[in-house]
Design a protein around this ligand. Structure first.
Ligand code: ADP
Length: 197
């Protein structure tokens, strides 16, 4: 069984996934997988360099993400090409890693689970949910960034109401960390009870 765990920036996905991990549940982070498939020396990075030129790779052999973002921002063709290259690789890698986790279920953590259609890989989805004011306050404190920058990221993500409508389960994370832990534990027990065997 694969559970998708999502929520906007600063909602508490990492905090929630740490609780699941403490219960012995394997969590695969979609953002980490997306970085790994274009890590130094990968065939995907070679293909990107061939299309965009060697300047897209830094002297250290890493992908120059800022430059790539700029290139695809101005070229829908390049963007489509890149997505056709990376999306199947990312999905395959996520499924491989999820299958390697111990039973009875594993978790795919993805901030853009719904935006990127990744819920199709999941049996159920869990939304970690907080109002925008809490997102802003927690992210500003965590990342030492300004309100405008946080708000821009919030605005680029799917609205809270749309995510609430899509998710199977919703954990409200406006309370204490202990409340979050209790909510995760309750859901964990539910998933264990629901799983076959
Ligand atoms: P996300 O992974 O969704 O971006 P995080 O799990 O990093 O969010 O949480 C954002 C910030 O809020 C972190 O600094 C985290 O420690 C803090 N946080 C998360 N849940 C709570 C909570 N219930 N009470 C207080 N702080 C919290």
């Amino acid at each position: 069984m694969i559970i998708g765990l999502t929520g906007g920036i600063g909602s508490g996905k990492s905090a929630a996934s740490r609780v699941f991990e403490s219960l012995g549940i394997g969590c695969v982070d979609a953002d980490v997988v997306a970085r790994d498939v274009v890590a130094r020396g990968t065939p995907a990075l070679d293909a990107i360099a061939e299309r965009f030129g060697d300047a897209i790779v830094t002297a250290e052999g890493q992908l120059n993400r800022a430059l790539l973002r700029e290139r695809i921002f101005t070229s829908p063709n390049d963007k489509a090409w890149l997505e056709a290259l990376l999306h199947p690789l990312i999905r395959e890698q996520m499924l491989t890693q999820l299958a390697q986790q111990p039973p009875p279920y594993s978790i795919l953590v993805a901030p853009l689970l719904f935006e990127n259609g990744l819920e199709a890989l999941c049996d159920e989805t869990v939304l970690i949910d907080v109002p925008e004011s809490v997102q802003r306050q927690r992210v500003m404190q965590r990342d030492k960034t300004g309100e405008d920058q946080v708000q821009r990221i919030i605005d680029s993500q799917m609205s809270r109401a749309d995510k609430q409508a899509r998710a199977t389960y919703c954990i409200e994370n406006t309370g204490t960390r202990e409340k979050l832990e209790a909510a995760v534990l309750a859901l964990h027990r539910h998933f264990v009870a629901q799983s076959p065997q």
